[in-house]
Design a binder for this molecule. Structure first.
Ligand SMILES: *Cc1c(COP(=O)(O)O)cnc(C)c1O
Length: 384
């Protein structure tokens, strides 16, 4: 509990350090052993048991950041989410899941759940009524994502948590986009928080990892399935992730600040027809976002005016990379209609508001004037 009183950057820097008792070095030693003593020890350690020294200690940092008793680190965000789902859903159970969701999560549900005999319903929207309407007598878990990709819709976290509690249904959230720097869903009553640590936790586009944070009880339940599925993370990468997370607070705050400024600037830009960012007063859930987020995050999306082609626009960018992933210190952009949502038909995309003009923007830490210049240059180059 005393951990919660430490400031964000202190937690990022110090919680979960492995002490170098032998040489008193300043940083955690990296323990690469896949074989540990079993005689007269309290814990039988093994990498797939998620309990090597580096795995065990880094999970304390994640738990401290998400205000939970415990956490687990995985080999990817999908390893985290699939293990969490399979720990809380069995044959005959039902999942209520938000309709706007990370594509990999949608694929996992649609492709794997039928094999396990697990039922699911995608909500018709992200209002609390839509979640309530999707609940069945056998619903065991409600899963949400807010802000969501790529339109940055905001789901009412407290209302979903209350709905779950009123019907004895567990609730989970994908907190990747906001990160614990900007949003702590556990404080609003959600049971489990998961992350793609490939994104802000790693922050330098060089790590693939995942995490779940929750109570000791829930984490034990997830651990029991996780040791069978085997999605643990190698200790070299755990060590790199610990180093990356020391600057999580600094990075995400700088990125969030940049995003706010860019969203306002883009909103006034004559060649941009729409900006989706929860920090703008024009965002339909601005008030809700303000009430449940500490900052509005560093992800946004915008629509180029009709006379500009999004493919050409991205080809003309110099500084901002056209790149599939997100949340690195470098700014990246992508066209959802050419990437994450390419498999949907034009009609299906239109129905969920993803036009060919839409660009998703993961805002980095670069100087704002350079980012603005890059965008303006690209727009000018393709304007007739
Ligand atoms: C990337 C991502 C995931 C999946 O994480 P991986 O590390 O790629 O397995 C899940 N949710 C969100 C919101 C993501 O952006």
């Amino acid at each position: 509990m005393s951990k919660e009183k430490l400031g964000l950057n202190t937690i990022c820097t110090h919680i979960g350090e492995v002490k170098d008792e032998q040489f008193k070095g300043a940083v955690s030693p990296m323990y690469l052993s896949s074989s540990y003593e079993f005689l007269d020890v309290d814990v039988k350690r093994y990498p797939r048991y998620f309990n090597t020294p580096n795995q065990e200690f880094l999970s304390k940092k994640i738990a401290a950041l998400e205000h939970t008793e415990a956490a687990m680190i995985f080999g990817s965000g999908m390893a985290a989410i699939s293990t969490m789902f399979l720990a809380f859903l069995k044959q005959g159970d039902h999942l209520v899941v938000q309709n706007t969701l990370y594509g990999g999560t949608v694929n996992f549900i649609k492709e794997e759940f039928p094999k396990y005999g697990i039922e699911y319903t995608f909500t018709s929207g992200y209002t609390i009524e839509a979640f309530e309407a999707a609940i069945q007598p056998n619903t065991k878990l409600i899963h949400i994502e807010t802000p969501s990709n790529p339109l940055m819709t905001i789901t009412d976290i407290k209302a979903v948590a209350l709905l779950g509690k009123s019907k004895s249904i567990y609730t989970s959230i994908d907190n990747t986009f906001a990160s614990p720097v900007n949003q702590n869903p556990i404080d609003m009553g959600i049971d489990m928080v998961m992350h793609s640590a490939t994104k802000y936790f790693g922050g330098h586009s060089d790590i693939c990892a995942g995490a779940v944070a929750s109570s000791e009880e829930h984490i034990l339940r997830i651990w029991n399935v996780g040791k069978n599925l085997g999605g643990s993370l190698s200790d070299m990468t755990v060590w790199m992730l610990e180093r990356s997370m020391k600057t999580l607070g600094l990075r995400v705050k700088a990125q969030t600040k940049n995003a706010m400024k860019l969203a306002k600037w883009l909103n006034k830009h004559p060649k941009i027809s729409k900006v989706n960012y929860p920090g703008l007063k024009s965002h339909p859930e601005y008030k809700l976002a303000k009430s449940q987020m500490k900052g509005f995050g560093a992800m946004l999306s915008f629509e180029l005016s009709e006379d500009l082609e999004s493919y050409k626009f991205q080809k003309e960018l110099n500084l901002i990379k056209s790149s599939m992933s997100l949340a690195g210190v470098e700014s990246t952009m992508l066209s959802p209609h050419l990437t994450s949502h390419a498999l949907l038909t034009q009609q299906e995309r239109n129905a969920i508001g993803i036009s060919d003009q839409l660009i998703r923007f993961s805002v980095g830490i670069e100087d704002i004037k350079d980012l603005k210049r890059d965008i303006d240059k690209a727009i000018n180059a393709i304007s007739k």
